[in-house]
Design a protein around this ligand. Structure first.
Ligand code: ADP
Ligand code: ZN
Length: 620
């Protein structure tokens, strides 16, 4: 393959017409022997950045990855494209290890995926020494490179020892890749992996195909069901904070006829593995999970990530929602959030064993997330700004862009709310304060004598949901804080003074009505990508499911949804037309071409009933 150019390989092997973003430059740089650090969001297309140079350079590319569970699928997908790939990790028995090592030493591999602990064994390093001596090491790719960071969640001690690659094989180019954006992690990767000379490629962290929506929580189950109705038959993840809520939500969804599975750290390993496998291999499974589920979920066709509870920071939110839409097709990040979330998170932070400084940082992160939830600006712009990326325009693919929230002058309402808080001694949560403002004579109001306060009933003009929205926005704006020590009692902060005294105006966003235009749009816009013919798409999907089953691989390893949609939209009629379809390279065209063309042709006969009516060419 040494004579081929990068672009030829992209066409022939992977079936794609063009490189995306910085891919071409990275491939060139690496193929020419340079080192690189690549920061690219999930779904950005990191794999091709090392797969193509590995094919261009003599010998085998070694890919180090901690995600053992994924190696089989990655290798299967490459083999489908005609690439000679294999993996070495603890899931292989001895005979398979020996066979792979033999293939490695006899020049029969283009790519080898290795777990870091395996790579660092004397046995493996000796094999690499032999390859290096013959000039048969194409490159080292260090995937999930943020695992070297001792401060991150995914720290792997073996990753630090990977600096050995640099010392032992100085002539072999290395590429480190991660979807983690922050500057601190970046510096750690460069330092610990000895990548001082590497060129750094930073992509935008925008995920344009993901639509962001945040809804006020009132009836979360009904809201979730409404959201899922727009994603019937699609795979997705529903995140909850607690194990109990995961179990209950999964059971409830099943009772509603939705195939849902629970996943959390309280389930035994076998159950967790089984559920994960089903999620990866079957179509249309909804995984209800705590954040224990996530690392290494490389499934490309996750169509939605729903949060029933507020995550702990915008970083966490970005990472969790980033699991949707890796294939670039429309996907949704949807969240319900309420006042109670704030109290729970505050409590968690206050009661944790962390030091004062750490707690201060965590509170800051929570506040930033709250402000994001309540923003009337474009959510994408705000999200990217949080990660240091600026953009001017509105994205047109988030709830605040699609249905800009109405703003109103909430100064008076804020004053009423604050006055209710002050007059009751800053000892009560939003529920009681709202009763007071709305003039409800509950048992508690009467016992406390709150019905004789001047604030009693001054807020009858807003309904309960409206008041909840006001309190949330006051919290998000930092005018109030929820005191976890006194069970979420709302208190005024110093910033509240000017508003309370009427010295500054406060614009609030209006509470959305339940059945908004946006909710209706969800049903259509996000569910049908690329204008393809749905019947043909379904036929191709059924064919793919059979193939996947026969070969014992996940459906997306055969062909991605995106490729099926392209097929359904373009309706290729010849082998040449088939090769023009993005995602179909030479190997897939040879292997599946005849069957795919047959399905397209068969559907074409049933299809143009309208044409025949118009042109009168055919009789049916
Ligand atoms: P990452 O590892 O960055 O999360 P992947 O390498 O898995 O992303 O790529 C994400 C998806 O984008 C895959 O479906 C891949 O086939 C597709 N892809 C990558 N590069 C291109 C390209 N140049 N043209 C079309 N599709 C691409
Ligand atoms: Zn937007």
């Amino acid at each position: 393959m040494t004579d081929a150019t990068a672009l030829e390989l992209l066409h022939r092997v992977f079936g794609y017409p063009a490189f995306r973003g910085p891919q071409a430059e990275i491939v060139d740089h690496l193929a020419g022997g340079g080192d690189a650090l690549v920061l690219m969001p999930t779904g950005g297309g990191k794999s091709l950045c090392y797969q193509i140079p590995a094919l261009l350079r003599p010998g085998v590319g070694i890919v180090v990855s901690p995600l053992i569970a994924l190696m089989q699928d990655q290798v299967d997908a490459l083999r489908q494209a005609g690439v000679r790939a294999a993996f070495l990790n603890s899931t292989l028995d001895f005979a398979a290890v020996v066979a792979t090592e033999k293939a490695l030493c006899t020049g029969q591999l283009d790519l080898l995926y290795v777990a870091p602990e395996r790579l660092l064994t004397e046995r493996c390093l000796n094999l690499l020494d032999r390859l290096a001596a013959d000039g048969q090491l194409a490159l080292f790719a260090i995937d999930e490179a943020h695992c070297v960071s001792q401060w991150g969640h995914d720290f792997r001690p073996e990753y630090i020892q990977l600096s050995i690659l640099h010392e032992r094989y100085p002539a072999v180019p290395r590429i480190a890749l991660t979807a983690t954006a922050d500057a601190l992690t970046r510096r750690e990767i460069l330092a610990r992996l000895g990548l001082g000379e590497a060129r750094v490629f930073v992509s935008s962290f925008d995920r344009p195909n993901i639509r962001y929506t945040v809804v006020d929580r009132n009836n979360p189950r009904r809201q979730l069901l409404g959201f899922l109705a727009g994603h019937a038959g699609a795979a997705g993840i529903v995140y909850c904070l607690s194990r109990k809520k995961v179990d209950e939500t999964a059971a409830w969804l099943n009772a509603q006829g939705i195939a849902a599975l629970p996943y959390h750290a309280g389930l035994d390993t076998a159950t967790r593995t089984r559920h994960q496998q089903r999620f990866l291999r079957e179509e249309g499974i909804v995984m209800v999970a705590t954040i224990a589920f996530g690392m290494g979920i490389d499934k490309p066709d996750v169509r939605f990530v729903a949060h029933l509870d507020l995550p702990k920071s915008l970083e966490a939110y970005y990472q969790e929602t980033g699991r949707a839409g890796r294939d670039g097709e429309p996907a949704e990040a949807w969240m319900t959030y309420g006042l109670n979330d704030v109290v729970i998170h505050r409590q968690r932070i206050d009661e944790s064993a962390a030091g004062a400084e750490q707690k201060r940082i965590e509170r800051g992160k929570l506040d930033a997330l709250l402000a994001w939830c309540e923003t009337a600006e474009c959510r994408r712009t705000r999200l990217l700004a949080y990660f240091g990326e600026t953009r001017e325009d509105r994205c047109g693919n988030c709830d605040t862009c699609l249905e800009p929230p109405e703003l109103w002058d909430g100064s008076i309402a804020a004053q009423k709310a604050m006055s209710a808080i002050l007059r009751t001694g800053q000892r009560f949560g939003a529920g009681h304060l709202i009763d007071l403002l709305r003039g409800k004579t509950t048992e508690r109001i009467r016992q406390l004598g709150h019905d004789s306060l001047p604030t009693f009933g001054v807020g009858a003009d807003l309904d309960e949901a409206g008041w909840r929205s006001v309190f949330r926005q006051l919290l998000a704006a930092g005018l109030l804080h929820a005191d976890a020590q006194s069970f979420g009692a709302l208190k005024l902060t110093d910033a509240a003074r000017p508003v309370l005294k009427g010295e500054s105006l406060l614009h609030l966003r209006r509470q959305r009505k339940q059945k908004s235009a946006l909710a209706r749009r969800h049903k259509t816009a996000a569910a049908t990508p690329t204008g393809s013919d749905e019947t043909l798409f379904e036929a191709l999907r059924a064919w793919r499911a059979e193939q996947a089953k026969a070969q014992g691989v996940p459906a997306y390893v055969i062909m991605h949804d995106k490729t099926l949609h392209e097929l359904a939209a373009r309706r290729p009629a010849s082998a040449d037309e088939l090769l023009d379809v993005p995602g179909i390279g030479q190997a897939k065209a040879e292997r599946y071409g005849a069957e795919v063309l047959e399905i397209v042709a068969a559907m074409a006969i049933a299809w143009p009933v309208q044409d025949s009516a118009v042109f009168g060419r055919r009789q049916f």
